[in-house]
Ligand binder design. Sequence first.
Ligand SMILES: NC(=O)c1ccc[n+]([C@@H]2O[C@H](COP(=O)([O-])OP(=O)(O)OC[C@H]3O[C@@H](n4cnc5c(N)ncnc54)[C@H](OP(=O)(O)O)[C@@H]3O)[C@@H](O)[C@H]2O)c1
Length: 336
Amino acid sequence: MQQVVIGTEYGTHNLATQDVDTPIPKAGEVLIKMKAASLNYRDWEVVNGQYHENFPTGMVPLSDGAGEVIKVGNQVTSFAPGDRVISSFWQGWQSGELKDSPAAKSLGGPLGGCLSEYQVIAASGLVKMPASMTFVQAATLPCAAVTAWQALITKGNIKSGDWVLVQGTGGVSMFAQQLALMHGARVITLSSSDTKLDTAKQNGALHTINYQTTPEWAVDVNRLTHGQGVDHIVEVGGPNTLSQSLACIAPGGQINVVGYLGGKDGSINPLQILQAHATVRGIAVGPTSSLQALCNAIDANGLEPLIDREFQWQDYRQAFDYLASGNHLGKIVLTF
Ligand SMILES: NC(=O)c1ccc[n+]([C@@H]2O[C@H](COP(=O)([O-])OP(=O)(O)OC[C@H]3O[C@@H](n4cnc5c(N)ncnc54)[C@H](OP(=O)(O)O)[C@@H]3O)[C@@H](O)[C@H]2O)c1
């Protein structure tokens, strides 16, 4: 079988395809024939040595995959050959808080990931795909959708009628929009592109704002919510957007710090948090129980991820370049 590994140096152009023996599942493990894998911004950071933790060369990247069970190891009773499964981002974080699972590790760094024709994954780190989904759709869920779920549902206790602000139209943000709508919330979506904002609106955003032409977008958010502000924000911009977010969070609202696309350094005024009575919370994807809850919700409500483009897995360099271009809306998927 073939797999792709981080080469002797970081960089998308240094990724290398190699032939290796197909792995054999040990006790508690499952051998999966990968059918699709999706790209996250984190994966681009990992292969380019820009993640906050550097992983060794020779590691297989990509946290998110969906495939078919080929063989199960001893003691595996929850899966059987032919099952359609998705990988959980965190292996060993089953539920509750991450601090209670100190041995948990994520796929695609430090654990070998899904850019591989076959992969062995612990049965405890797999979930059956929603019945309605294709492999391509299911491969988009483990990182981006679970992050949005963890922020808005597991932690956020979102309610029908709540206001939600999503920043940008990438993978996490479009899932945040879709999951907020699934729960009856009202969504305001930001983007640098009017074309993408049109698509966000066609997919249910109540209001849209171009954050490049309107850098002080908090004023508009407050006007659109009749001075009330929004109840939940999924923050992907980091220091460049946090102060705007604090200026339009409703009293007692929740800001979920997920990303730092605008940079990793900056300062915030604590008085803004205090005066807003805001909860500012860090999110690190979520446990396997959140992936399972998301799949249950998709089984009940249906949800079709917004997929921008599919590439053959051998075209992984073009796929990473496309992600880096920022031209996508929603997810980018590799097919096997
Ligand atoms: N903590 C976690 O659990 C977790 C999990 C997943 C992702 N993340 C982080 O979340 C961020 C998004 O990840 P992703 O995979 O969804 O990325 P992605 O699909 O590549 O989406 C990136 C999009 O974000 C928007 N954006 C870029 N700079 C922005 C800014 N300064 N303000 C507002 N929006 C901006 C752009 O949307 P437009 O083109 O519409 O302007 C861009 O297309 C990354 O920082 C990633 O590392 C964190």
